[in-house]
Structures are given as C-alpha cells and as structure tokens.
Design a protein around this ligand. Structure first.
Ligand code: CO
Length: 136
C-alpha cells in the first residue's frame, strides 16, 4: 500500500456536505463526479497527500443509501493506493481477505477500484485503488 488515497464519507445531501467540508477544510472540492454504475454522486477535497471523498446516493438501492439507512452518515470506507490493482487483489485474496468484486471496477476520479469486505478487516470497508494510466 502506497498511502491513504482517500477517506470516503457517506452523506445524505452532497450540497450540504460540500458546504460543511469546505468550511472544515478551508477549500472547495476540486471535483464533482457522478458514478452512475454505483448510484453515487461524489465530491473530492485534496488534503495534503490524501483526499476526502463525499458520497451521496442517487438511487434507493445504492450501497450508500443502504449504508445511511443502517448506520447513518459517517465514514464509509478507507481507500489505499496501490501500484497494480490486479496484483494487489491477488495478494489480498491469497492472504485470506474477502474481495468483493472479481474484477476491478471503474471508480470516481480516474481510478480502478476494488473493495475488501469489512468482516475481513475489523469492520472497515477497505478500497484498493489504482490510478488509470493513460498512454499517449
Ligand atoms: Co472511494
């Protein structure tokens, strides 16, 4: 793991969340992005070498909607940056971690992502993410 890439926070209302975190962090989000496949609207704040990702559900069956229904707003996942997501997924599976998706998914902010079940990691949903490399 290279670093904590971001911490994901589930919010009911992204606009209200953006206002709160803009005030808290002293800067506005650098990006808003909808990930339709995941049913989420996201915003990103840069904080040093890491980011805060706010997530609002756009559909009733989105994972974020379910999370908020069960636990309320709050920290939803911690994302670690990896160099090679395929190698990391294989390594984590071999170590006994339960990987939630067989193939990496396209996440927000130009990332390939996969998740580790919170039951494998002391109740914390862990995201592995790798920046999508674009060849020019
Ligand atoms: Co994330």
């Amino acid at each position: 793991m290279k670093r904590i890439e971001h911490i994901g926070i589930a919010v009911k209302d992204l606009e209200a969340g953006n206002d709160i975190y803009t005030s808290l962090l002293g800067k506005a989000p650098y990006k808003l992005e909808e990930v339709e496949s995941e049913g989420v609207l996201t915003s990103f704040f840069q904080v040093g070498e890491s980011k805060i990702e706010l997530l609002q559900a756009t559909t009733a069956d989105s994972a974020i909607a379910k999370y908020i229904e069960k636990k309320g707003e709050g920290i939803h996942h911690i994302a670690f940056e990896v160099e090679d997501i395929y190698a990391s997924m294989k390594e984590m599976a071999e170590k006994g971690f339960r990987i939630l998706n067989e193939e990496p998914k396209k996440g927000a902010d130009n990332k390939l992502v996969c998740f580790i079940h919170p039951k494998s990691s002391n109740g914390v949903l862990v995201e592995l993410c790798q920046t999508i490399k674009t060849d020019h």
